[in-house]
Design a protein around this ligand. Structure first.
Ligand SMILES: Cc1cc2nc3c(=O)[nH]c(=O)nc-3n(C[C@H](O)[C@H](O)[C@H](O)COP(=O)(O)O)c2cc1C
Length: 163
């Protein structure tokens, strides 16, 4: 078997960054019962029936322990007006939800009121993905509204531009 090639991680990250992603905040309740969340660009749809979605999370991320335990969560799709929230949830803050408007959902996890789509999920499966875990969620409830999705492309927040 061939040895795994050693790539420069920064360059590999730049190569991955050639493909734009949407920007979401995955919100949940921590062990102390406090709302928290993490900015996630790896969210994608997976299955229609059953309704499944997935995202990947670095094993070294502080929040990874919650997902390994199967915590319920909400995927909040951010609009171009919510770029500040994307940066806020990407920092290791004591209270990530400070100043954020939250609402209850069907699952034991809050949603961000201003997001343009919400997917309330139970953990369906956790898979190994190298230095990441792949979190598969079963969608128990969702909604969506008007608004332009925030895009992350080549290391910058952007707005979608029609051709
Ligand atoms: C636009 C954007 C997308 C991100 N996507 C992911 C992702 O898909 N997976 C991941 O593990 N970290 C991602 N991050 C980094 C995490 O949001 C960041 O490391 C965060 O501090 C982790 O939170 P935690 O320390 O509470 O776990 C992203 C950051 C940004 C700004």
């Amino acid at each position: 078997m061939l040895d795994a090639p050693m790539f420069d991680p920064k360059d590999l990250r730049n190569a991955f960054g050639c493909l734009p992603t949407g920007v979401t905040v995955v919100s949940m309740i921590d062990e102390a019962g406090k709302p928290t969340g993490v900015t996630v660009g790896s969210f994608t749809s997976l299955s229609m029936s059953p309704a499944l979605c997935l995202f990947s999370l670095g094993k070294a991320q502080a929040s990874a322990r919650l997902f390994k335990e199967g915590v319920p969560f909400v995927v909040n799709v951010l609009s171009t007006e919510l770029a500040d929230l994307a940066w806020q949830f990407a920092k290791p803050l004591e209270d990530k939800c400070e100043g954020v408007a939250l609402a209850e959902t069907l699952v034991q996890a809050p949603r961000l009121k201003d997001a343009i789509a919400h997917f309330a999920c139970h953990a369906h499966a956790i898979h190994d993905g190298g230095d990441h875990i792949i979190v598969v969620g079963e969608i128990l409830d969702y909604d969506h509204t008007e608004g332009d999705a925030l895009i992350f492309y080549r290391g910058q927040m952007q707005a979608p531009a029609p051709l």
